[in-house]
Design a protein around this ligand. Sequence first.
Ligand code: SF4
Length: 79
Amino acid sequence: MKIRIERAQCVGNARCFAIAEDLYPLDDEGYIATDGFEVPADRERDAKNGARACPERIIFVNDETGQQVWPPVEGLTRT
Ligand code: SF4
């Protein structure tokens, strides 16, 4: 699993940091300090929860096949 972050769009509200401060470090001004990372197998839950916590939806989660699993991709789920 991989995390990718559209860092330039971060608004610095630290929601991700509040979930997992080691995965989502902030810079001195409170903005996200990483463009992304490979998620350790034992941290997938924290990584996903951190991504879901971002109200800007700029934290993307891709599974091992490269498919985006968060935010939901429009058009893939039909009701
Ligand atoms: S939750 Fe989103 S907007 Fe807030 S600090 Fe983290 S990446 Fe930035």
